[in-house]
Design a protein around this ligand. Sequence first.
Ligand code: FES
Length: 129
Amino acid sequence: MSINRREFMILSAAVAAGCAANQPVHLQPTSFDAGPASDYNGDGVYTQFRDQGFFIIRRNGKLTALSSICTHRGCKVTELPDTSYHCKCHGSNYDPSGKVTHGPAIHDLPELPTSIDANGRLIIGATAA
Ligand code: FES
């Protein structure tokens, strides 16, 4: 099932709300088309989908997607020059892999599943259990 950006943002907000309340979030698998995978040829963090709820990361040629939604109360985190992440709402920090390094957040930023479809487009999955 594919969804548009607005629907993805709503789902991301629902995940964040569940995390903030320390409640499990149950969503059906969905996906978001992030465009041609060839747009992400260089290693680094791609921030253009931060407001939609995720960063695209390419490290050593491998593409991943990391949630940009702070697991404390759902603010959007910001990438720092050293590729770690900071939440300005209450000061949580995460390392480049999304692991909490400073609270109040206690949960790591979740990695979202990624795949490349038959047309070479990067698909970001949004699932939560
Ligand atoms: S919402 Fe990010 S530290 Fe509170």
